[in-house]
Design a protein around this ligand. Structure first.
Ligand SMILES: [Zn+2]
Length: 209
């Protein structure tokens, strides 16, 4: 596996960037990792980086974003925050990754059985976590079923995963709404902004579109 160069990055389109991640997740699932010499990749990236994608994931230890896509040094930007939500700093990071550093794709990567989503469903409160979890409330409100409040808690795994899915979609929408830079790039076809969900039971990533 070659370390990405400016020329290699320039040839990647938003569509092929999606394919690179899909193929990487397949390799991860099959246990066939690309052979990489990290010492070589360190040397090759020391003077610059040309990643093809930005991945916004959750901090969850079961979802190591570069491992699950079988990516090496210099391949992808990774931003992680509990519940894969956006704020100004995350948006700024994604804008840097795409506009300045040339990435062709933004992936909002949520996952099943997400602790942040569970906390939001249970209206958990703890220090600075309270305001973070509040950012997941719109996703909870968008999931209409079940209506019984006792079924809308972390105990109901299908509800939790439905909220996680909705939260991914809303985060994609929030990126387009609150980042003029990224919205303009997508409208010009320079990047794509898409969602995906990782299944902690089997390691599989499903892209939402
Ligand atoms: Zn999570």
């Amino acid at each position: 596996m070659h370390t990405l160069t400016a020329e290699a990055q320039s040839k990647i389109t938003p569509e092929t960037a999606v394919q690179l991640l899909k193929k990487g997740n397949l390799r991860f699932l099959e246990g066939i990792r690309q052979k990489r010499e990290f010492a070589t990749q360190i040397a090759e990236t020391a003077s610059g980086q040309y990643p093809f994608a930005c991945i916004l994931g959750c901090i969850d230890s079961r979802v190591p974003i570069r491992l699950i896509f079988d990516q090496g040094i210099g391949d992808v930007f990774g931003a992680t925050v509990a519940g894969n939500i956006v704020n100004e700093d995350i948006l700024g990071s994604l804008e840097f990754g795409c506009k300045i550093a040339g990435a062709k794709l933004v992936v909002v990567l949520g996952h099943t059985s997400c602790g942040a989503v569970k906390g939001a469903c249970d209206k958990a409160e703890l220090g600075n976590l309270t305001s973070l979890l509040a950012k997941i409330n719109p996703a909870i409100q968008n999931v209409k079923e079940p209506t019984d409040p006792t079924q809308r808690t972390s105990q109901n795994s299908s509800f939790v995963d439905a909220v996680a899915l909705e939260n991914i979609k809303l985060t994609v929408q929030n990126i387009k709404t609150y980042s003029n830079v990224l919205r303009d790039m997508e409208e010009r076809g320079a990047i794509k902004i898409i969602g995906a969900i990782y299944n902690v039971k089997n390691g599989e990533v499903s892209f939402l579109d």
